[in-house]
Design a protein around this ligand. Structure first.
Ligand SMILES: [Fe+2]
Ligand SMILES: [Fe+2]
Length: 317
């Protein structure tokens, strides 16, 4: 179970006290507010749909007042993601979706945190990055798992196969989230889910919220698998660089192992995600294609925002 974060403004403060009170009907006002307060508030509400919080009533996941607040915050996030998105790339039908998709990934020239860790990061900077990554890696693959029952047969079967890997192929000790937790523990870091949420900057909260937004809303199933495909397609090489950087810094083999596991796994997963999940989803439900591109582009953009923020903070931009 996650630990309730510290509030970052009036909305998260009101939400946390509503959760602690058991969500009585006192309405929680959603004002124009500060972006970080809003992002943390949405993250707090989404957590109710994953492992919940110790001592907080599980029924609050569907408390009408809290769902109303969640809808307001997620509409706002979705609108922002759609406004940033330049739209679907134009491609010829004979080129095909997969080739167009990999061309977009290839053309992505966002800054790379993995390259920085590989060559230059200090131990403190690597630790800071791992703390931010822990927000997602400790619940790795959970957001897209929510999309599984919303897909037609062929992409559903392929996503189940991919998830079988992410969830350890039937072995709890091989669960990717567990591998990351072991790495955190070996470094003497807190491996509790959401243990470092208080340190997460806006960009990290938003990256996590976007995955939950896509996973929890059936109408956004295209964006959810598009995000997955871009995530997997930008994982294998960066994970090798991360492992090399962590080795250079003399950090424990357990945390290196998490990244090494992804070098080969994600080289396969990217093919599965693009060719066996996205493509057949478009074939069965052509209307989902635009959102597949939205999800994929958002994945790259949200990661680039985190990278720019951290590299700037570290004087490495
Ligand atoms: Fe994984
Ligand atoms: Fe993967």
């Amino acid at each position: 179970m996650a630990v309730l974060p510290k509030p970052r403004g009036p909305l998260s403060e009101a939400l946390i006290s509503a959760l602690l009170r058991g969500g009585d009907a006192r309405p929680v006002e959603v004002g124009p507010g500060d972006a970080e307060d809003a992002a943390l508030s949405l993250w707090i509400l989404y957590e109710l749909s994953y492992r919940g919080y110790d001592g907080i009533d599980d029924r609050l996941e569907f408390d009408p007042e809290l769902v109303r607040v969640r809808r307001t915050l997620e509409d706002d996030l979705e609108q922002r993601l759609r406004e940033r998105w330049p739209g679907c790339p134009a491609y010829e039908p004979e080129q095909g979706f997969a080739a167009a998709f990999f061309a977009m990934i290839e053309a992505d020239d966002g800054p790379s945190l993995a390259r920085f860790v590989q060559r230059k990061a200090s131990v403190e900077q690597a630790v800071e990055l791992l703390k931010h990554r822990s927000l997602y890696h400790l619940k790795e693959s959970d957001p897209v798992a929510l999309t599984l029952p919303r897909l037609p047969a062929a992409p559903r079967a392929a996503l189940a196969e991919l998830q079988y890997d992410e969830y350890g192929g039937g072995r709890p000790e091989r669960l990717h989230a567990h591998l990351f937790a072991e790495g955190m523990a070996a470094m003497g870091l807190d491996a509790t889910e959401g243990g470092y949420v208080d340190e997460a900057p806006l960009e990290v909260l938003e990256q996590n919220n976007a995955m939950s937004l896509f996973g929890l809303n059936r109408r956004l199933r295209g964006a959810s698998v598009g995000h997955l495909a871009a995530f997997e397609a930008t994982s294998s090489l960066p994970c090798r660089k991360m492992a090399q950087g962590l080795e250079r810094l003399g950090l424990p083999p357990e945390i290196q192992a998490y990244y090494l596991e992804h070098v080969e796994a994600d080289a396969v997963h990217e093919q599965v995600a693009v060719r066996m999940i996205c493509e057949p989803l478009i074939a069965a439900e052509p209307d989902t294609e635009d959102d597949i591109w939205l999800g994929a582009w958002s994945c790259l953009d949200l990661e680039a925002r985190i990278a720019r923020r951290l590299l700037e903070q570290w004087g490495a931009a």
